[in-house]
Design a protein around this ligand. Structure first.
Ligand SMILES: C[S@@+](CC[C@H](N)C(=O)[O-])C[C@H]1O[C@@H](n2cnc3c(N)ncnc32)[C@H](O)[C@@H]1O
Length: 284
């Protein structure tokens, strides 16, 4: 199954939207990754891989933690994200970080690594079992994988309530019904612990564990920004985009509806909503 259209989506429409909301994404998502990375489970001098690294902020954090004798490699299938990550590296002057364009489903990940990390970078593979086998092959014996993925939709209401509301207004066009590029399986594709542990087991991983992590995250500095964010990214944004002209014409109605839906999270210091992830760990 070709991954070309998913890669094109991450390199074009999705990249443009991620750049627009980079400040919300990096700060909000870091609430989850900082909790995990600050446990200091990686050793000085180790080789680490960051899967689906996006802007590379977690790769750079890892590079800083493992010290100059270590090596942190961030891989992403979208060359535009890799270019943005390289710019971030140049700004910080970290010499032990490298960024590489690679499709985790089929490309050489330049291992072997002591540790593989991913923050929300493993949920969009159209062949996740094959990608997990490739990640497994890139690890040294006894190497560890830590990935952060969203838990179920109902525990992430800032995404799910917006999706439900948009579905009431905009007719849903499935991936099969459109030739527009799309992100792949989507943010909740790894929410099911049974399914994911089975996949990791089949890929060769052992000692698989799931830890729930809850965090309130800021999804906009004000309600207007939170609504714009929901209308561009996540399942709600994708429904509007894939609906084409229909979606465009309904934007005004969607904006009023989402202002009400997300209004309950609005405070003086921004829009703060509950969110919930799995910290999934596994060993080779
Ligand atoms: C939701 S973003 C997460 C980015 C970053 N890890 C973060 O937390 O900000 C998902 C990332 O996975 C990348 N991605 C999707 N499919 C991929 C694949 N097959 N191989 C490598 N990267 C992939 C996308 O380009 C995107 O940068």
């Amino acid at each position: 199954m070709s991954n070309d259209s998913i890669i094109e989506a991450w390199n074009t429409v999705l990249f443009d939207k991620f750049i627009r909301f980079q400040h919300i994404l990096v700060d909000g998502l870091s609430s989850h990754s900082n909790t995990l990375l600050e446990r200091n489970i990686h050793h000085k001098g180790s080789r680490v891989l960051d899967v689906g690294c996006g802007f590379g902020d977690t790769t750079l954090k890892l590079a800083d933690m493992i010290g100059r004798n270590g090596k942190a490699v961030g891989v992403d299938c979208a060359s535009k994200f890799i270019r943005a990550a390289e710019a971030g590296k140049a700004e910080l002057g970290l010499q032990n970080a490298n960024f590489v364009v690679a499709d985790v489903q089929c490309d050489d990940l330049q291992g072997p690594y002591d540790y593989v990390f991913s923050r929300f970078g493993t949920m969009f593979f159209n062949l996740p079992g094959i990608a997990m086998k490739n990640i497994h092959s890139s690890l040294k014996a006894s190497g560890r994988l830590d990935m952060i993925v969203w838990r179920k939709r109902e525990e992430n209401p800032w995404i799910y309530d917006a999706e439900l509301k948009v579905k009431e207004i905009v007719p849903v066009v499935s991936h099969e019904e459109t030739d527009q590029v799309h992100c792949g399986p989507g943010p909740f594709s790894m929410a099911g612990a049974d399914m994911v542990s089975g996949m990791l087991k089949s890929a060769g991983f052992e000692r698989i564990s799931f830890e729930r992590n809850d965090a309130e995250i800021c999804v906009g500095k004000n309600l207007e920004e939170a609504v714009s964010f929901a209308m561009e990214l996540g399942p709600a944004g994708e429904i509007i985009r894939l609906a084409g002209e229909n979606g465009e014409n309904l934007r005004g109605t969607v904006r009023s509806a989402l202002t009400e839906t997300l209004g309950k999270y609005s405070r003086n210091d921004g829009v703060w909503a509950p969110s919930s992830t799995w910290f999934i760990s596994a060993t080779k």
